[in-house]
Design a protein around this ligand. Sequence first.
Ligand code: F6P
Length: 541
Amino acid sequence: MTDSLPPFVAPEQTPEWAELLASADAWVARRITDAFAVDATRVDALSLPAGALWLDASKQAWDADVLARLLALAKAVRLPDGIEALFAGAEVNFTEHRPALHMVCRGGAAVPPPDRERFTATEAHLEALTSAFHQGELRGATGARLDHVVNLGIGGSDLGPRLVCEALSHLEPPRHGVRFVANLDPGDFNTTVRGLEAARTLFVVSSKSFGTAETLANLERARAWLARELGTHETAAHFLAITSNPDKARALGFAAERILWLPPWVGGRYSLWSAVGLPVALAFGWARFLELRAGARRMDQHFRTAPLERNLPVWLGLLGLWNASLLDVSSCAVLPYDQGLAWFPAWLQQLEMESNGKRCRRDGSLVPYPTAAVVWGMNGTLGQHAFHQLFYQGTRRLTLDFIVPLPRPLDAGRRALAQHALAQAGALLAGRTREEARAALRAQGLSPAEIEALAPHHEIPGNRPSSVLLTDGWNAGVLGELLAAYEHATFVRGWIWGIDPFDQYGVELGKELARTLAAGGTLAGFDPSTRALAARLDAHR
Ligand code: F6P
């Protein structure tokens, strides 16, 4: 579709694909523990460090041969050229004819910022605003110092800064409180501002398009709340807009100097690194925001320069592709063992599912095998007491990502938390045989009849594949490395699948129908169920 990209090569037409299919057939029937038994080098061969991250992928249903074949496939479909194209600002977002240069914001791209002057001015503006905020120079309608932040935004204009603010707040107290409102549900806004002093509240309205219904509704709520609390409609000083569409922001009442530019070449779900990350700087300081960016930049450099064989985002990307497309494992649970990473699964969900939840390729053909897995999860150890049972004895095939930050020094509480993560991954792999179950029941003093009745219920099949990602230290920089590693892994899969990971045409359809419903438009084109439900809603008072 675009000349600036290396030509698309359909993976299934390469010899490597046929070999991988044969390997996948073998692995479906193979036990991972057997692979450990015959290969003493397996842990080393399938572990990889990058920066402060350490990936152990040896408990996955693959081996060094499969990895070698996946790497050969990556070369056959010209992934190295794809990576270079990404960093050089080629139109990797080929349906929208745009580069995807979020790495520019963190200094990790191979090219200077397009629109350099505007970009540099925005950076200076962000830093100055942050400093003015911390100096107490930002004042609201009553003259009071603004010192609480509420971010209004959704999707990429919410999840990245929300995740980072939450993660950092577990490492240090924020200098200023920051809260997030995303949902169209008025309850989100109402409960979030509860207890805040309107006179001291700054709203950061983040929306790449400045046309997103949820965010605009929350902007209106914020204006109404301030007017009600402060007794004036002159509340412009309480708002900043971050957008790629300044005209729209101006039309909605924002003065030019209160609008920060989000470059169009930064995708919404990659926008944390741009002005959209402002809440991080307001809450934790400009220096901390730069540390976060620096960590991501280190991962950019690694991704761009490390050979594929020792490239962590490439491994993560290939492993995800192997599981999703070749082993047909359609569910990936992501389990951060860190309370501060509570929003990581949601962030990753948007990253992978909105980027790669697609099927149409650059040449217009459809991908003839499954693409992005369903990504979900919860921070450990909470999931252990909710859904891990299904991992142990359920009938679904899934893969798990255990994310285990290891702060330095590691206190007893965090060590125990990490031990739980390792124990889960190990136990899910080992399982418990019928004979082991019998022995355990026997030790409890049960009768032979009870033992035979209960043993099948205590048997655990094991062989559940998982990866464990440890960090060496835990701070803003390491968090930046982690997020960028997953971003690039998403790119790797999108490249090999031949889809555009930077557009999101699917979600537009639901938005159109919601607009039709809100406008009381005709639903003639929709199914009887939707029409009947809409009529019921209309009648509801
Ligand atoms: O509807 C999906 C989406 O467009 C995401 O890609 C984006 O992150 C989110 O909505 C918010 O969009 P915006 O930043 O334009 O308000």
